[in-house]
Design a protein around this ligand. Structure first.
Ligand code: AKB
Length: 302
């Protein structure tokens, strides 16, 4: 039986991944532990106690928050990942760790960014993500730990809100479109970033962890994407459902600089070829679903 530990379980992805994984295993509930991933002994203790055989390590400080407190981001992102990998090595546990589009930088080819390319990020979050990718490769090659991972783009969802990322605008815009019929974006027009609906993010974790290891040439840090858009494109899609919607700008220089250093669009052909990655949602189907689900959640008639 699979015994999965999800770190960062109360975050944007974690909250939904728990329900998804429990549905897969026909479980209604499961144990919850308070766990600081920086405390390696406690990570080991929790894994031992529950007979864990797979860790999905989501706990991390995201890009914008990491620039506010780089020291904390280094501690949690680096030491957390290191502790998880060490415990995995000692206890024979498989590990999924997400990297991010933040693992690229301004010197990376920005369009159709290849799987294997220049990675010189300029943010602390990006630095920790590249190091995490390399550590995961190292633990697989040196110790045979079954490490796997993807580079997530911005994840859009109607459940728990994202916290402290650069791509968060693409979630907040839907809430404000329904509540106020307007949104002031901190990311400028013409700034394209890769994005993905939560349904596909959860599917990618599941499908990669279930993939035949013999087919995996890359194991960690697969480029995955479902769409690429800028705020104008997103607003135009929202206007198909809420015609009065207005988009204005008040660009935040910190988050804009981060976004400028990230790719416009990823090439995810390695993930498609090696484990059959294929997202279900594009901008149009995601927007329709987001607005329908959020209208119910916020109790708003569109
Ligand atoms: C962020 O904006 O920091 C995250 C990410 C792309 O990793 N959503």
């Amino acid at each position: 039986m699979k015994k999965i530990l999800i770190t960062g379980a109360l975050g944007q992805i974690g909250t939904e991944l728990i329900t998804y994984m429990r549905d897969e295993s026909l479980l209604e509930a499961g144990p919850f532990e308070l766990l600081d991933v920086v405390d390696g002994a406690r990570v080991a203790e929790v894994c031992k106690k529950h007979g864990i055989n797979q860790i999905i390590h989501l706990a991390a400080i995201l890009s914008a928050n990491a620039e506010k407190n780089p020291q904390l981001a280094y501690d949690i992102n680096m030491n957390g990942t290191y502790n998880v990998l060490e415990v995995a090595r000692e206890q024979g546990i498989a590990v999924f760790t997400p990297s991010s589009i933040a693992a690229f930088g301004a010197s990376t080819p920005a369009d159709n960014t290849p799987q294997d390319t220049i990675q010189r990020p300029s943010t602390m979050y990006g630095v920790t993500k590249v190091a995490g990718e390399l550590l995961c490769d190292y633990y697989y090659k040196r110790y045979g730990v079954d490490t796997r991972g993807v580079r997530f783009p911005g994840i859009i969802s109607h459940g728990a809100l994202p916290g402290g990322g650069t791509t968060d605008y693409a979630v907040h815009i839907y809430y404000e479109a329904l509540k106020q019929k307007k949104y002031e974006s901190y990311i400028g027009a013409g700034t394209y970033m890769d994005m993905m609906y939560m349904h596909d993010a959860l599917k990618s974790i599941h499908d990669l962890m279930e993939a035949n290891p013999d087919k995996l040439v890359h194991r960690n840090a697969f480029n995955v994407t479902a769409m690429s858009f800028d705020p104008e494109m997103l607003a135009a899609e929202i206007r198909k459902h809420i015609p009065e919607f207005q988009l204005t700008y008040n660009v935040d220089p910190v988050r804009q600089a981060i976004a400028n250093s990230w790719p416009n669009s990823l090439d995810d052909s390695a993930a498609r070829e090696e484990w059959g990655w294929n997202p279900d949602y594009d901008l149009s189907s995601m927007t329709k679903d987001m607005l329908e689900k959020l209208a119910v959640k916020l109790n708003i008639n569109k």
